[in-house]
Ligand binder design. Structure first.
Ligand code: LLP
Length: 438
């Protein structure tokens, strides 16, 4: 009789992922996704609270050596319950609209003090609301906006703390739609022009030049561009100090990328803890001995891999040589593949037993050829009624949904340990028509 060899313990996963098979069925932490689909219907966004907290903690740990505030970028996923979860763990917020300000107020009012307000097109009412809320910092993107900010601050009798969002002219090697740090982009103020603008602004008693901010783009995988941008910002801060400004904040923006690649290679290729550590080291290098309080605006890194979109296969059809898997989710529910040709891994809810595969386009029901989630994707065979999961959809998924084709938006669930909570109910026909007047 051969001696039984004790199985080697599995390696400690460097990148714990919330979506994993248990007894051949896909779970989000402890929750069985097939059961959730049966109860709540599809399409359905599912998030792991544990993973969200874990990602926030990675940031906190990496930046622990210096004074900092993590201002989560609300646009990545603006669901109230998620904002509250983050706020309760100490996060502040990066907002870009009066609507996002309102969300922060509703989710956790004390967090208003940790809000930075970015965006190239702030309107008077939005500036007023942010002044009234006494937010931490306005990230101003043009001289004209600075004039308006001064006027509104005076009208309301408030002093506005502001940073100029400077454009450092750094190339970020990401998708052109989400790269923002070059002069050709609409964002920020030319870094060379900044010093003169601070000088003028300092003459107003309603403006407090409190910081400098920068954001070079999103889904940036190499950390060198962050270091380059901050080196330029740091040298500007030194000049501003020489000019007598009391600069207390340096806002490094967001943009740290994640791995949307195939799951099999994910753990080895991308260890989020290491990635944040590398990012922190790059920022620290750029900052040198600059003592200002560091503001960070991560969005995607915190929430993307904590969430997924669960959808049901409606039909499988062949057109000539091509196979199409048609799902009940469409581009209105997750627009990233259509808009940026973004890759999202797609896996079946039942772990495949065999090795057979299917090559297909995974498409939605929306009447647009651009309504696809994947093209020529190799996946285990699927049939109508099967459930599949689109991974890494927590960021810029739900927040970029629409009602296109008069489709109600999906529901959202938050898995908190043993508890599954509906954090947004599925939209109804009544919701769909509510704002309209006949
Ligand atoms: N701060 C500012 C000023 C931003 O404009 C953004 C994102 C962030 C922070 C957060 O960046 P993150 O850490 O999430 O990369 N919809 C696109 C991404 C657009 C990003 C816009 N700005 C996508 O789905 O890839």
């Amino acid at each position: 009789m051969s001696k039984k060899i004790a199985p080697t313990p599995p390696p400690i996963e460097a990148n714990p992922r919330p979506f994993a098979y248990r007894n051949r069925l896909l779970h989000c932490d402890g929750a069985d996704l097939a059961a959730l689909a049966a109860e709540h219907g599809t399409p359905l966004y599912v998030y792991s609270a544990r993973q969200i907290s874990h990602r926030l903690q990675l940031f906190k740990d990496a930046f622990a050596p210096r004074p900092h505030t993590i201002c989560y970028a609300v646009k990545a996923n603006s669901s109230l319950a998620i904002l509250r979860l983050l706020a309760k763990q100490g996060a502040g917020f990066d907002i870009v609209s009066g609507g996002e300000l309102e969300r922060v107020r509703k989710a956790h009012k004390p967090a208003l003090k940790k809000v930075v307000f970015s965006g190239v097109g702030k309107q008077t009412w939005e500036i007023d609301a942010a002044l009234e809320a006494d937010i931490l910092l306005f990230n101003v993107e043009s001289e004209a906006e600075l004039h308006l900010l001064a006027a509104r601050a005076e009208a309301l009798g408030k002093v506005a703390r502001f940073a100029l969002r400077v454009n450092p002219d750094v190339f970020a090697e990401t998708h052109p739609y989400i790269s923002t740090g070059l002069n050709e982009h609409k964002f920020g103020i030319d870094i060379k022009a900044a010093r003169a603008i601070y000088r003028k602004a300092a003459k107003s008693r309603w403006l407090d030049p409190a910081g400098v901010s920068v954001h070079i783009g999103s889904q940036i995988r190499k950390v060198d561009p962050f270091a380059a941008a901050l080196t330029r910002v740091t040298s500007l801060i030194a000049d501003l100090r020489r000019d007598g400004h009391n600069i207390r904040y340096v806002d490094a923006g967001g943009g740290l990328g994640i791995d949307y690649g195939p799951r099999a290679s994910t753990s080895a290729a991308f260890d989020p803890a290491k990635q944040v550590a590398k990012y922190a080291a790059a920022l620290t290098k750029g900052l040198g001995t600059e003592p200002a309080h560091l503001l960070l605006e991560p969005g995607r890194f915190i929430i993307a891999q904590a969430g997924a979109l669960l959808t049901r296969v409606l039909y499988v059809k062949k057109n000539g040589t091509k196979t199409f898997v048609i799902t009940d989710a469409g581009m209105n529910d997750l627009i990233r593949p259509a808009l940026y040709h973004a890759h999202h891994e797609i896996i079946p809810i039942k772990q495949p037993a065999g090795k057979s595969t299917l090559t297909a386009d995974i498409v939605g029901p929306v009447c647009e050829s651009g309504d696809f989630f994947a093209r020529d994707r190799i996946l285990p065979p699927v049939k109508p009624n099967d459930l599949i999961l689109l991974l890494d959809a927590g960021a810029y998924g739900m927040s970029q949904t629409s009602n296109y084709n008069s489709r109600p938006r999906p529901a959202e669930l938050l898995i908190e340990g043993d508890i599954t909570r509906i954090i947004r109910r599925r939209e109804t026909m009544r919701d769909l028509l509510a704002p309209e007047i006949l």
